[in-house]
Design a protein around this ligand. Structure first.
Ligand code: SAM
Length: 234
């Protein structure tokens, strides 16, 4: 199927996400594949926070998929820090266009676009916005700038990392050893990492960063994906 023009990020000649089932693929790998809802619910039951790191915020589709999964899972009282980074932020109009028609509860898209519209993405550095719902609270912490600067300045350890920075052939910068090592350094013991990228050097860079990594089946047109667990103790 041809990629609709609005889904293409011209700068990288790659799509923001897949044409079909973008929410479902996000849920299958990043959320269900890393047992995020169960782990997050356990943290909430213990009165703790769960921290997610993401490389490549784009249109925020993974965050929308997370809210949809939290609601479907009946989670209540959660507190999530969602720490993401974007070097070339999309406009609010572009975000609405990209998210429009995705297969999820529309209120989650409205929740995100409301929060995003309150962020001045022309200012580099860390920004904050709060998204709330029946599931609890998500503190969106969005770094406008380069991914390595985000990882280095992140003041906490993440429990799950979603790596979504375009294909390595189109954007090798997002998969370089220095960045993945900084991500390892900001991972809690047992933190998970998930990505639809299965390139050998990405796997090797993740292993060097302290993750135990396995290849798993991809989704839709993607043959393989990677899942990993942080074995270190940052
Ligand atoms: C595949 S898209 C992300 C899609 C997003 N996760 C979503 O679900 O909507 C990859 C994003 O990474 C951003 N990006 C590329 N290189 C970057 C870098 N070095 N630092 C930060 N962001 C970068 C791109 O601008 C693009 O928005």
């Amino acid at each position: 199927m041809d990629t609709p023009k609005h889904l293409l990020n011209d700068r990288y000649d790659d799509r923001y996400f897949d044409v079909v089932n973008a929410i479902q693929e996000a849920k299958q790998l990043h959320i269900e594949g890393a047992c995020v809802i169960d782990r997050l619910a356990a943290a909430a039951a213990a009165g703790g926070k769960f921290r997610i790191g993401e490389t490549g915020f784009g249109a925020g589709r993974l965050l929308v998929a997370l809210m949809d999964s939290l609601e479907a899972g009946g989670v209540a009282g959660a507190e999530v820090d969602y720490c993401s980074v974007e070097l070339y932020p999309v406009s609010i109009e572009k975000m609405r266009l990209l998210l429009g028609g995705l297969d999820c509860r529309p209120r989650h898209i409205e929740n995100l676009t409301d929060a995003y519209s309150r962020i001045d993405t022309s200012v580099p550095g860390w920004h904050r916005a709060v998204l709330s719902g029946d599931f609890g609270v998500i503190n969106l912490r969005l770094f406008i700038g380069e991914a390595l600067d985000m990882a280095v300045t992140l003041d906490d350890y993440c429990d799950a990392w979603f790596l979504d920075g375009h294909a390595p052939s189109k954007n090798p910068e997002m998969w370089r050893a220095e960045l993945l090592s900084a991500i390892g350094a900001k991972s809690a013991a047992g933190a998970t990492v998930t990505t639809f990228t299965a390139a050998g050097y990405v796997r090797r860079n993740l292993i060097a960063a302290g993750f135990c990594v396995q290849r798993v089946p991809g989704y839709g047109g993607k043959k393989e994906a990677l899942k990993g667990v942080f074995l270190g103790n940052s």
